[in-house]
Write a protein that binds this ligand. Sequence first.
Ligand SMILES: C[S@@+](CC[C@H](N)C(=O)[O-])C[C@H]1O[C@@H](n2cnc3c(N)ncnc32)[C@H](O)[C@@H]1O
Length: 246
Amino acid sequence: MKSRTADIHLVSSHREVYEPCDDSFALVDALLADQTNLINHNPKLCMEIGSGSGYVITSLILLLKESLPNVHYLATDTNPIAARVTNETLQAHGVSAEVVCTDIASCLEERLSGLVDVMVMNPPYVPTPEYEVGVEGIASAWAGGENGRSVIDRVLPVVDRLLSERGWFYLVTLTSNYPSEICLVMRERGYASRIVVQRSTEEENLIVLKFWRDEDEESVVKETASVSFLTQFSRSLSSFVEKQWR
Ligand SMILES: C[S@@+](CC[C@H](N)C(=O)[O-])C[C@H]1O[C@@H](n2cnc3c(N)ncnc32)[C@H](O)[C@@H]1O
């Protein structure tokens, strides 16, 4: 199978738009690792939240295009310059997606509810003071507030509403975001999860998670314990694991 991702030389750029970096590459590597599953999954609608330069959504399209020529693609970003740059990157690769400048998916939720088969996001995940979250310009690309979770925590319920019954969600996280806690929050909503890619750079420990609906997960949580207890437990466990990694 021919595996083509976006050509970094054709990716458009702007000083106010996040350039593809280790986290973007980790997300695309996760999609590459899951390419056969994605093709067999036969998605009708794929979406990226926070598309930035367009490197990830363009790569996803290129990975699926040959086997699945009729998939519809959507991308959103709060940064209007990023929306423009995403369009330029798509065009440079001869592919297309609907690019919308909005907060997460706010003007699309009604239209897309229960329809998205594959969702991907490399969110602003860097722990920062809360006031840095959502500011204008490039800082909104990385500023994630307390534990880097401000945007992530707002995205999770939206993802749950938009994903189809067989929907998959790929999310980039750092160990300092408490990824196991994110898995528990999603588990309460009935999602199973696994790590697709795990990568340690000098600066950060990146983990790309994949979520999918699994009825068994929901019943396990209901039967065993309250999520607040599990959340507390997972946070302690994450701190412990993170200390071991440092
Ligand atoms: C870490 S960058 C990732 C960019 C690109 N997906 C990549 O992997 O290279 C995060 C992107 O999310 C966008 N973003 C931040 N908050 C957002 C929100 N509430 N809704 C939609 N996009 C958001 C930023 O503007 C930025 O382009």
